[in-house]
Design a protein around this ligand. Structure first.
Ligand code: FE2
Length: 241
């Protein structure tokens, strides 16, 4: 079985994830134990404060360092992506294309935590899809369940303007487990990712989460998430050729 984890913070020393190479390797070992065979590294990019050029240089170097470090180790393969924080007007900004996942049309998009989903946000997401031909993946969709406009966000998914992922950690957490189940059941969730940051505070929990989903929603629900991750991997590999 292959499993692509689409959201991780394991690049050494670039964001609030793995602090050094040793931690990055530990996280990759933990991911492997969880059945993860491929990993997209998605360091945070904050358009308000970060420079795109410096980000590209810094993450590119960290990515190559990590790739070299694991070249002869039996660890998951890595691909370069980014977790792009929402900014107003991004639907019309062609600059966002540089933040796609590893040569594909997929853009991992983080909405501001706790902020309402306004008309502007919704329109930007539609524009990312329609005007720019990108596929916005709404990161950890379960996080926005309590903000106003959440239902409209879900409608964008059913209308085909965006897709989403949930965090494995939310599936195995009592307070958010039922919410995640409902989102999966209703077809709003394409992927389940670890969003891992550190072995202690945000460890990868893919296997536990798949087990919970199998228990609660049946084997086919877990399989659908696995298959979706494999399809994205195929697109990444296709883009690579
Ligand atoms: Fe993240």
């Amino acid at each position: 079985m292959q499993y692509l984890d689409i959201h991780t913070h394991i690049l050494p020393g670039v964001d609030d994830g793995a602090k050094d190479m040793e931690t990055a390797i530990t996280l990759l070992e933990m991911l492997k134990e969880q059945g993860v065979t491929e990993v997209i590294v998605t360091p945070h990019f904050y358009p308000d404060t970060d420079s795109a050029e410096e980000f590209a240089e810094f993450t590119g170097k960290a990515y190559n360092d990590l790739k070299n470090e694991i070249a002869h180790k039996d660890l998951p393969r890595i691909f370069l992506g980014c977790e792009l924080r929402y900014f107003s007007g991004m639907g019309k900004s062609h600059a966002i294309k540089q933040f796609v996942i590893s040569g594909t049309n997929y853009l991992l998009l983080e909405l501001p935590y706790g902020a309402p989903v306004t008309k502007t946000v919704l329109q930007d997401i539609i524009d990312i899809s329609e005007r720019q031909g990108l596929v916005p993946i709404l990161a950890h969709i379960e996080r926005y369940a309590k903000v106003s406009g959440f239902k409209k966000l879900l409608k964008l998914i059913s209308d085909g303007y965006a897709i989403s992922h949930i965090n494995a950690g939310a599936v195995v957490t009592k307070e958010t487990a039922r919410l995640c189940e409902n989102l999966i059941k209703k077809g709003y969730v394409s992927y389940m990712a670890s969003d891992t940051h550190s072995p202690e505070h945000r460890p990868p929990q893919i296997k536990q989460a798949l087990d919970v989903i199998t228990d609660r929603l049946g084997r086919s629900a877990a399989n659908r998430l696995i298959i979706k991750s494999n399809r994205l991997l195929e697109e990444i590999e296709g883009a690579d050729e």
